[in-house]
Design a protein. Sequence first.
Length: 222
Amino acid sequence: MQQLLDGYVRFRSNIYPQHSNLFERLAGGQQPQALFITCADSRVHPEMVTQSEPGTLFSCRNAGNLIPPPNEKASGVAATIEYAMRVLKVADIVICGHSDCGAMKGLLESELLESMPEVRSWLEHAGPSTKWLTRLFSDAMSMSFDQKLRLLTEANVITQMQNLKMHPAVDEALRKGDVRIHGWMYDIGCGHVQRFDSDMGCFRPLLSDDEMGANVQELKIA
Ligand SMILES: [Zn+2]
């Protein structure tokens, strides 16, 4: 806890004064660029990875970056999605899975969940495609644990992209062409982000080498 309190002291004495104009502007309201749905994992830091200031990302985080279907009563995820669409009118939704995800490991090694009934029942929202995949894995002995984990985590992102479309406010915005859904995979160790390419049916680098180069040039000029 002391580390958090020390951090608050640094925030109040150094960080806040440097950005006081931003915080004062934000005090009156927010206009975030995107709804960012990702895992609660402490190693996933969307603001750092996307270099986003406060006010940019409307976040929704939970174990395994899951999106329960809209018929769940009093779902915090559903409420966050509805608010993002109907009030904030965000133009993009990112669902971001990540490497070494404990929730996805729990799906692969169900004995890990024996003492955690709440987590087990929450992970039911990973859905039929991930269940199918884990069953398939039990026969695929040649595949390493890490390979299985990677594929399962990717499948979960794709499943959640589908679940998201079941929410009425998202469906409505999609029909009007007002929102885009992006599936990302973040690799903690190397800092790379991949995106789901629905045409190719696979995950590819978020930006090509050319796009990375061009953006770095632009940043240098700016
Ligand atoms: Zn995770």
